[in-house]
Design a protein around this ligand. Structure first.
Ligand code: SF4
Length: 419
């Protein structure tokens, strides 16, 4: 059997990067954790980023905001701790529905070395037990856009309750998923007889899952290295698996849980085969369109390696370069083993060098961040915004066709434009 890219060398690039910062994660996290609030301690730029990433949304009560650090504060002339206490006090008095408050660090708060972890501990004591206050950094100096979720969940892990002594094995699915996907996966686990199954992040802060040595963890997203490390420190065990993208990925992901919970083979097949069939059928049309097309992935979402796997194996695309901001070799080992041998893998970014390689390769489809998409389209390339893959439900059997459609659509549009 070919080892794929399991042991392949990974080229590391360091240079100018074209990615969003970790604040972007707030856009999907605030939808998931319905009684949490995200208070960015940052600048007007941070506020603008959040507003534009969130699009035009109309909230009865928004669940994120930016406390702007003014010039006076940056010059060190104000007592920022006092100001922060005042802002938080006002917010919590006005919004008693908030049970969990995240103070989110940004570039300005990093630059002036504002100690948000200490502020969070102080504010937690002040507002206990009604509200818990936690801190993490979404600063663009330190994080790319999906790492914001990793930092947020890693901050949450030490606060999870301890599972009771002698608890029976439980399954914890980690990584924000759209509610519709979570419900479908929950039904599949029920069908397999796996229980209890819990999700992190939960929908409500008062439903934080208990963890401990009997907890088996399945990662639903590939960007959760820090969170998994924090969970391992709580005694949990990671179940190595493909990520639940496409029919093959979803089956392998479920199989990792099934094997940890001794689900009989016959039951596993009975529960997963209908979904596999549905997904394969649904992908047939797109496969006809996409097979043989050459694919170049710029580093952006950290979904790049699992995406390259599913696009290659289920839709027939040929990856000519797979870039990713960070590559967690252990978590991605099953994915790397399924990439075609010799696929160039790049971690980090030197955007000019990468653009040169992309132009030289002339791929049929480029997956990249928003900043690169327009210039590349103007040069005649067909592009797909990687951020869309994070905002669209693409996991599980019933979303496989939507995943394929996201890639087929730009090619169809380009064909129409040139026809
Ligand atoms: S955290 Fe940094 S990169 Fe992100 S919007 Fe604020 S200033 Fe910009």
């Amino acid at each position: 059997m070919s080892p794929g890219c399991a042991a392949a060398p990974i080229r590391k690039e360091r240079g100018q990067r074209e990615v969003f910062c970790g604040l972007t994660g707030i856009v999907w996290l605030h939808r998931k954790l319905q009684d949490a609030f995200f208070l960015v301690v940052g600048s007007r730029t941070c506020a603008h980023l959040l507003q534009s990433a969130a699009g035009v949304m109309i909230f009865a009560e928004p669940r994120f905001a930016t406390a702007i650090i003014g010039e006076r504060d940056l010059a060190g002339r104000a007592d920022l701790d006092e100001e922060l206490d005042r802002v938080v006090g006002r917010l919590l008095a006005r919004r008693p529905d908030i049970k969990l408050l995240f103070l989110v660090g940004s570039c300005p708060s990093e630059v002036i070395k504002l100690d948000l972890a200490r502020a969070a501990a102080r504010l937690s004591r002040l507002h206990a037990p009604a509200v818990r206050v936690l801190a993490y950094s979404g600063s663009g100096i330190e994080t790319t856009f999906t790492q914001g979720e990793d930092a947020c969940l890693a901050a949450l892990v030490p606060t999870l309750p301890e599972e009771p002594r002698g608890a029976a094995p439980s399954l914890l699915v980690v990584g924000a998923l759209a509610d519709i996907v979570e419900d479908q996966l929950r039904r599949l686990f029920e069908g397999l007889g796996i229980a209890p199954v819990r999700f992190l992040p939960p929908r409500r802060a008062d439903a934080l899952p208990a963890v401990g040595p009997a907890t088996r963890v399945l990662l639903a997203q590939p960007w959760l290295g820090e969170t998994m490390r924090a969970l391992e420190a709580r005694g949990t065990r990671h179940l190595s698996a493909l990520f639940p993208l496409g029919a093959e990925g979803t089956t392998a992901w479920l199989a990792a849980a099934a094997s940890a919970f001794d689900v009989p083979e016959g039951r596993f097949r009975a529960i997963t085969e209908p979904g596999t069939e549905r997904a394969r059928k649904a992908l047939e049309r797109q496969r006809a369109l996409l097979a043989g097309k050459r694919l170049f992935l710029f580093p952006d979402s950290q979904l790049e390696v699992p995406l390259a796997r599913v696009l290659h194996r289920e839709l027939g695309l040929v990856p000519v370069e797979v870039g990713t901001p960070y590559l967690h070799r252990a978590h991605l080992a099953p994915e790397l083993a399924l990439l075609p041998e010799g696929t160039p893998l790049v971690e980090g970014q030197d955007v000019d060098a990468q653009l040169d390689r992309c132009r030289a390769a002339r791929p049929d489809l480029v997956v990249c961040g928003l900043g690169l998409a327009n210039p590349l389209e103007a040069e005649g390339f067909t592009t797909k915004w990687s951020i869309e893959l994070v905002f669209t439900p693409i996991q599980g059997y019933d979303q496989a066709a939507d995943l394929g459609e996201l890639f087929a659509r730009p090619l169809v549009r380009r064909t129409r434009l040139v026809a």
